[in-house]
Design a protein around this ligand. Structure first.
Ligand code: ADP
Length: 458
């Protein structure tokens, strides 16, 4: 800018001087007047030249950036601290899609190591990469949404903006990428819709039958005490089942809601098993079923997990074993720790030749992970091979299977599967019709625990 003004000033002065020289040549002006006029123009131009130089570029070039007031280091430090602590992933992408800056939230979100490479190597979302390319060409772009179904479902909205260099406009554009995790919002919306649809569908039949019984009790059964007692007992069972249904649906919604956020605490598996036995003692006694607990090698086994949810898992599996076993049968609850993924998922057929096994949920493979397996084995009727794949579907119940007075809701194994998924664990079933079933859940054990056992072995 300053250079342009200087050039214009010199041009105007030169032009003016030339016109004066022409007037002198054609005899319109005397030599003295011409010289005085040119000297005046030269003096005015010099004055103007110096004035713009000092007003537009007041400090000499060799002064520091701070003195010139271009960059305030305190301000840029504050901005850096804010960026580091921002819980939202923010990235600055440079020419060619190279990641120049990624705040810690972005590093966590994209699983970036210390070395940052190209965005396309860590985010394989064509729409986002296209938006970033457009921003790198200086174009404004609309937010882009993308979803991933594995390893866990997640929904993200990406905001991309082109950034020009403030100090040096000639430098190429950069792109700012902000990733907003909208999984919880999307899930909450879907859970609400699913809950309402499932609850209204599943409650319609028992409610209609309750209304029917009430009608009968007010009508021809009014004076029949025997029929009245029978109907009231059925109505009581129906009401209890509706309560169980609502509880299971709420539980399933809660689990699904935070399935994408793995638990970070530790849960003591032995303590969980003690609590399950205490709660289920009356049901065991009611059917005279014995529960044999095979302890783990270590007296206390900790899994990475949410205690309440893991309690729900073990409770559902043992309750099923009780429900689908005959009176007087035996159930075994076995805990084995420090297993490789293969040992945990495929331990060899427990029920022997002819049994079928199926993995209902499997963790993403991470080298070196060790697992604790909890296996619940019963000697009930077992489940035919063709029914195994559908076991963890919500509301699925094997045809013709009787579960006694506490009729199931078909949601127990769906809840188990979602909890196991959240824990990045695995869930398998093995069954042999006529012999029984083994339901196994395996969960990652804490890295700290593995280290401790390695040290003690060494
Ligand atoms: P429910 O509340 O009906 O028990 P679940 O989701 O827990 O629902 O189980 C789904 C179906 O799987 C059950 O209805 C039953 O048919 C079958 N099932 C579950 N556990 C066992 C078991 N231990 N033995 C035989 N069948 C089982």
């Amino acid at each position: 800018m300053i250079r342009i003004r200087r050039r214009d000033t010199a041009a105007v002065a030169a032009l003016g001087s030339m016109v004066l020289v022409l007037f002198w040549l054609f005899g319109e002006l005397g030599l003295l007047e011409t010289v005085v006029a040119i000297a005046t123009i030269a003096a005015l131009s010099t004055f103007y030249y110096l004035t713009i130089s000092t007003t537009l570029n007041p400090l000499p070039k060799n002064r520091s950036a701070r003195d010139r007031g271009d960059v305030d280091p305190d301000e840029s430090l504050r901005a850096k601290i804010m960026l580091e602590n921002l819980p939202i992933p923010v990235l600055l992408i440079g020419a060619g899609g190279r990641i120049e800056i990624a705040n810690p939230a972005a590093r966590d979100f994209l699983g970036l190591g210390a070395v940052t490479g190209h965005l396309s190597a860590v985010l394989r979302q064509p729409q986002v990469l296209e938006a970033v390319s457009a921003a790198l060409r200086g174009q404004a772009v609309d937010p882009v949404e993308y979803s991933m179904m594995a390893p866990v479902e997640s929904h993200v909205r990406a905001f991309v903006a082109p950034l020009a260099s403030r100090d040096e406009p000639a430098l190429p554009w950069r792109a700012m990428l902000v990733l907003s995790d909208e999984t919880s919002i999307k899930r909450a919306d879907r859970m609400r819709a699913d809950f309402l649809a499932n609850a209204s569908h599943e409650l319609r039949t028992p409610l209609a039958s309750l209304a029917g019984f009430i009608e009968t009790l007010r009508g021809h059964a009014k004076d029949d005490p025997e029929a009245r007692d029978r109907f009231l007992a059925i109505m009581f069972d129906q009401t209890e089942r509706m309560q169980r249904l609502i509880n299971d649906l709420l539980s399933l919604s809660r689990v699904e809601m935070d399935e994408h956020v793995p638990p970070s605490g530790l849960a003591d598996v032995s303590g969980i098993i003690d609590d399950v036995v205490d709660v289920l003692r009356p049901q065991l006694a009611e059917k005279s079923i014995t529960l044999d607990i095979v302890p783990a090698a270590a007296s206390s086994v900790a899994a990475v997990g949410d205690r309440d949810q893991l309690l729900e898992v073990v409770m559902n599996l043992v309750e099923n074993a009780i429900k689908y076993s005959d009176a007087g049968a035996g159930i075994a609850l076995e805990v084995t720790t420090d297993l490789s993924r293969d040992q945990a998922e495929r331990p060899g057929l427990i029920l022997g030749e002819g049994a079928s096994r199926l993995t209902l949920a499997a963790p993403a493979y991470e080298a070196g992970d060790r697992f604790v397996a909890i296996r619940v084995r019963d000697s009930g009727k077992g489940i035919e091979r063709r029914n195994l794949p559908r076991l963890s579907e919500r509301f699925y119940r094997v045809d013709g299977q009787k579960s006694g007075p506490r009729e199931g809701t078909g949601l127990g194994l769906a809840i188990v599967k979602h909890i196991v998924n959240r824990h990045r664990g695995g869930f398998t079933v093995e069954s042999l019709p006529g012999s029984g079933s083994v339901f196994s859940v395996f969960l990652p054990i804490s890295k700290r625990q593995i280290k401790a056992s390695e040290t003690s072995i060494g």
